[in-house]
Design a binder for this molecule. Sequence first.
Ligand SMILES: [Zn+2]
Length: 185
Amino acid sequence: MIIIKQKDMENLSDFKNENSLDIFTQYGIFQKKKTLCPFHAERTPSLSLYKSKITNEWRFHCFGCGEDGDIFKFIGKIEGISFKDTLIFLGIKSGHVTKPDKNIIRKLELIKKFRDWCNDYERFLRNKYRKWHEIKSQFKNMEEVEVFYKFYHLENIWEYQLNILLFGSEQEKFNLYKEFKRNGK
Ligand SMILES: [Zn+2]
């Protein structure tokens, strides 16, 4: 348990004012549009950012699962780390904001790459899947089905991967991402 002094509280709120929006953006959460909530499974985006009238800070709120909080809570939850580690993660040491750690910036960049990949690949899969279903619905006989037999196999893979991207945990998505990177795709 760390105790935060009044002065440190002020530092933290300065930090939030200066950095919250940037950090949210690095995580693919934007000011003007709703995003898929990373804390519950959903198909329609319901997570948005708002500026608190009381503290004047940027916070997130999910209209689906009700999660709500500031940037510290967001990082803590999405990274699965304690409040103390969140501060370290963000380059804040004993309440004082230090220069952002290069490693942290690098980590945030990697996270952003990972999230961009998830979004892009999800779009790619949805598209393939939709097209495949259009083709499939027009088959007239077994010969045509057999010509496309390869796609019946792929369909399973696409469904499996889409399921992970839409409803999987962060870890499952990350495993999928790693698998892709390993295969050099
Ligand atoms: Zn949610």
